[in-house]
Write a protein that binds this ligand. Structure first.
Ligand code: FES
Length: 110
């Protein structure tokens, strides 16, 4: 299985993905620039991604805690998700996401 991730510089990466892993973990394990400060606890918003429209409807909808965390996150769009809340399954083989710009602090450091 694979996922496709566009980084903050517009470069698209194809990453091998294992079922059961969080998409955030896959992106982090491949050393792309994702902070994921809370380690997947849905408490930081630094794993924010935009999901390609054709994939958005294939994802299970966000739970309340994800929606609440997104409310406190920068640059949220209709297709925003927290990648720590997306669990890889066979149906998501080929998933396409783009890393969100990140917090002001992250942007300043980029
Ligand atoms: Fe912190 Fe996803 S890693 S909200």
């Amino acid at each position: 299985m694979q996922i496709h991730v566009t980084d903050r510089h517009g470069k698209r990466h194809t990453l091998e993905a294992l079922e059961g892993f969080r998409v955030m973990e896959i992106i982090r394990d491949w050393d792309l620039d994702i902070k994921a400060e809370c380690g997947g606890a849905c408490a930081c918003g630094t794993c924010h991604v935009y999901v390609a429209p054709e994939w958005a409807e294939k994802l299970r909808g966000p739970l309340d805690e994800e929606t609440e965390q997104l409310d406190m996150t920068f640059d949220v769009e209709a297709n925003s998700r927290l990648s720590c809340q997306i669990i890889m399954t066979a149906e998501l083989d080929g998933l396409e996401v783009t890393l969100a710009p990140g917090t002001e602090k992250e942007r300043a450091a980029a």
